[in-house]
Design a protein around this ligand. Structure first.
Ligand SMILES: [Zn+2]
Length: 271
């Protein structure tokens, strides 16, 4: 089965990312990632951009696409409006398939008028807006901004834009399901749920209730049309993540979750 990794971070030069990759049994290099993608049948990865919106800083190998990310490092001392021209420059490129927002890490609701010019660009270029939702990986963040319910208002007010709820609002899974189910223009990725190496048999035994709940609220959505596989590389071991998702998604829907949905939602045009 061909696979699209709909959510990763690619910063080969960053020491913090290298440590995470090593903890997950990987190496934080393009060569290793390409090799492991090939081994596992992952034909494309969508990078969630970090740190800068300058197009010069977003050069990726051909097996990757990217969302231009407006994160808290970039916004430290800057306004969203400062970035609009450069975001547009990114969105003009075929390799740039969307925008990524990081509420929670950055203390502002995505319904804030400051984001309107970004939504206008997403509409103009017909590219999705991916939004961090759910828990954050660091404690210096405010979860009220990353609750999945915050997407509802923005999705309802912008019916012409496709939104992606990253991490399916984890662990607010029931709330996430309500927002994805109710809004035709909201899909979700299920990245970021594992960190480092895991023993899946033990995990499914020890966290049975939680994983049943994840399964339940994915299954709540019609036909799994709005759920995309993503790994949040370099956080997790890629082979384990594929196995993890294979255990949660019924076999008849796996092709959609692992490939078709991301290909359609991010308009990748992959065969
Ligand atoms: Zn991520």
């Amino acid at each position: 089965m061909k696979i699209i990794d709909a959510h990763l971070h690619f910063c080969p030069e960053e020491a913090g990312f290298s440590q995470l990759a090593e903890a997950a049994g990987h190496e934080n290099t393009e060569k290793h990632l390409q090799q492991i993608y090939d081994e596992l049948g992952i034909v494309c990865g969508i990078v969630m951009g970090n740190r800068t919106v300058d197009p010069k800083d977003h050069q990726y190998p051909p097996f990757m696409r990217y969302c231009i990310g407006i994160d808290s490092f970039y916004l430290d001392g800057k306004q969203v409006s400062d970035s609009i021209d450069q975001i547009e420059e990114n969105l003009r490129r075929p390799q740039c398939v969307g925008v990524k927002l990081y509420p929670g890490y950055f203390p502002m609701y995505i319904s804030d008028p400051a984001y309107e010019p970004v939504y206008e660009l997403a509409r103009t270029y017909g590219k999705p807006v991916a939004v961090h939702t759910g828990e954050t990986s660091t404690p210096n963040a405010y979860l009220k901004y990353s609750h999945p319910m915050t997407l509802d208002e923005v999705a309802a007010d912008h019916p012409g834009i496709q939104f992606v709820m990253c991490h399916y609002g984890n662990p607010w899974l029931m709330d996430a399901a309500a927002v994805v189910s109710k809004n035709d223009n909201v899909a979700a990725d299920i990245s970021g749920m594992l960190v480092g190496r895991v023993n899946l048999d033990m995990l499914f035994e020890e966290k049975q209730g939680y994983l049943e709940s994840l399964k339940t609220w994915m299954g709540y959505l019609r036909e799994y049309d709005d759920i995309m596989f993503g790994t949040d590389w370099p956080l997790a071991n890629l082979a384990e993540y594929i196995e993890f998702v294979s255990r949660l998604v019924p076999e008849k829907y796996q092709e959609k979750v692992f490939f078709d949905n991301a290909n359609r939602i991010y308009r990748l045009d992959l065969e």
